[in-house]
Design a protein around this ligand. Structure first.
Ligand SMILES: [Zn+2]
Length: 576
């Protein structure tokens, strides 16, 4: 008898210790502390040990040797992603600490998970996946690296172990973390993705701002569904909870009065990447200068609203995602880049602070300041429509030389189906020649990024080898395939330097030797001389420069290599 009572008491106490466990944030009277890495992982380990509805997994080793963890909450204790999908449940993925100096989501998720389990509020039809911290090495590198942020007292650092910003790494995937994330993403195939951040920039009254996957970039019908059933209700419910939100404050000019421009998250960013796989993505950004307590609370409340909506809408959400995938698979024309439509402008009610100028005490020069004693409620322009810029008709398939191991590995990681050519063969394909491109002068995230790519197409027979890869476009991952393999796409593999070797010539000519040969070639091809004369009339530089004229002849001749500037991924226009 005594033993049973004792056992009950022990169980009660241990439950209290786990569920009632207050996180570091709650233990601090100022609510100005965020958990350390050890506290964070220990917290989830305890929860998973005691509650069968929670499972903590190690996905693989991050760039600092410590594992990437994933906590999964499943009301019926089923943790098999295939089963979960077969049951028609929705999956919500929460990613924290991609920028560990922005830790609200880390703390809010701990309380969110604990309170769902403790209060028995886990919805039956939503499986919740939580990445406790994504940039593990950044979280370990604790300090005070955010000068423009109001607490907590110390926190992790933005950069990864190799000083990458992981929220630019979803396509180029330079880090182990990015590859692990993509594995998680394709294992769990989230319907909703939530990536937690803290803002920088202007001052205003809102605690919470929101980047929603840009509707113009999300495929139909998911795009309208997201707007109507998720984004609009989220704004309403947050307002009702006393935490009104505003779209992420990306100002047209220096201050919000100039208007807000909707943030266009291209695929290098987390939610832009999610959009390629038809996942609704939100990037909540709390305002950096509000007290940490308010920021964590806002994140917690937003998480709860998003979960409630996901539970209410799970059936329609799962179905509409399926329809969207099917529609995209059959789509023929794909946008590759987007441009802000400055002709299309709406107005937004905005709660700001009066911005002004005064003399700097440091330099004496005029400086910007926001007067917190003068809150404003004004109407401001809101530019939030993006028009597709470059578009492309999808080929039947892409053919990728097997030599490009990194490209193949990333396609596989993203669920792309492909088959190897069985024998050496010549295929009739369209190939691109890179006609023009620009390259950043400064390295950006470990790369000299290209943009403004212009191509010229050539159709003809091209030799491929057994083991080269055919990637058909009639498949689920078509948007990922097109936006990475088409060189003109904003975040294409080409732009991220995966194919840079084609941009430099391998053989050249010595002018003093080539002179005679050039003369012979002009005799052999009388048309060339006229053509050269014509070009010289047109092009001053060519007219003045003998070396350039030899180069012109060289490039017309059989000596000039075919692979120079030829983009190696070919487009198959007809089924072979
Ligand atoms: Zn951030």
């Amino acid at each position: 008898m005594h033993r049973i009572v004792l056992l009950i008491i022990v169980l009660f106490i241990s439950n209290e210790m786990v569920y009632g466990q207050k996180i570091a944030f709650e233990q601090d009277p100022e609510r100005n502390v965020t958990s350390t890495y050890e506290e964070l992982i220990d917290f989830y380990k305890k929860i998973a040990r005691r509650d069968g509805r929670a499972k903590l997994m190690e996905v693989g080793q991050t760039d600092v040797g410590k594992p990437l963890h994933l906590l999964v909450l499943s009301a019926d204790r089923d943790f098999d992603p295939k089963d979960i999908k077969a049951k028609g449940k929705a999956v919500m993925l929460i990613n924290n600490g991609i920028h560990p100096g922005e830790p609200e989501g880390i703390d809010a998720s701990m309380m969110f998970v604990r309170d769902l389990l403790l209060g028995n509020k886990l919805p039956a039809d939503v499986v919740i996946c939580v990445v406790p911290v994504y940039n593990v090495s950044g979280m370990l590198d604790r300090g005070t690296s955010r000068a423009n942020q109001n607490g907590p007292v110390s926190y992790g650092f933005r950069g990864s172990r190799q000083h990458y910003d992981l929220n630019r790494d979803f396509i180029k995937s330079d880090t182990r973390n990015a590859k692990l994330f993509q594995h998680v993403f394709h294992t769990w195939d989230p319907d909703i993705f939530f990536d937690t951040h803290t803002s920088n920039g202007a001052d205003y009254q809102y605690v919470m701002t929101l980047i929603a996957t840009h509707p113009d970039k999300l495929s139909s019908p998911l795009s309208d569904f997201m707007q109507e059933k998720f984004t609009a209700p989220l704004y309403k419910r947050m307002e009702k909870s006393g935490i009104p939100m505003i779209p992420y404050v990306n100002t047209k000019e220096e201050t919000p009065e100039s208007g807000l421009v909707a943030f266009l998250e291209t695929p290098r960013y987390s939610t832009g990447y999610a959009a390629l796989h038809h996942t609704i993505g939100y990037m909540p950004e709390t305002h950096m200068w509000k007290p940490y307590e308010q920021r964590v609370k806002a994140m917690y409340v937003l998480l709860n609203h998003l979960l409630a909506i996901t539970a209410e809408e799970h059936k329609a959400l799962v179905q509409i995602r399926r329809l969207t995938r099917e529609a995209a698979q059959k789509q023929e024309i794909f946008p590759l880049s987007w441009k802000l439509d400055t002709d299309s402008v709406d107005t937004l009610s905005f709660l700001g602070y009066r911005a002004g100028r005064k003399a700097s005490n440091i330099s004496g020069a005029q400086r910007l300041f926001y007067d917190r004693q003068k809150p404003t409620a004004i109407q401001i322009p809101y530019y939030h429509h993006y028009k597709p810029d470059v578009r492309v008709k999808k080929p039947v398939a892409y053919v990728i030389p097997q030599a490009y191991d990194d490209v193949i590995a990333l396609l596989r990681l993203n669920g792309v189906q492909m088959r190897a050519l069985e024998r050496d063969t010549v295929l009739e394909v369209e190939t691109y020649y890179i006609e023009a491109y620009q390259t950043s002068r400064q390295p950006y995230e470990g790369h000299y990024l290209h943009d403004n790519v212009r191509t010229r197409s050539v159709v003809g027979g091209m030799a491929f080898y057994a083991g080269d890869w055919i990637v058909e476009t009639d498949q689920q991952a078509v948007r990922y395939i097109i936006e990475t393999l088409e060189p003109a796409a904003t975040d294409s593999f080409f732009n991220w330097n995966f194919f840079d070797a084609i941009l430099s010539q391998k053989e050249y000519f010595a002018p003093y030797i080539f002179e005679e040969e050039a003369e012979r070639l002009l005799k052999e091809h009388p048309g060339w001389r006229d053509e050269l004369e014509h070009e010289k009339q047109r092009d001053e530089q060519l007219r003045q420069n003998g070396r350039l004229q030899l180069d012109w002849i060289y490039k017309k001749s059989a000596y000039y290599e075919k692979g120079h500037l030829r983009y190696p991924v070919a487009r198959l226009l007809k089924s072979p």
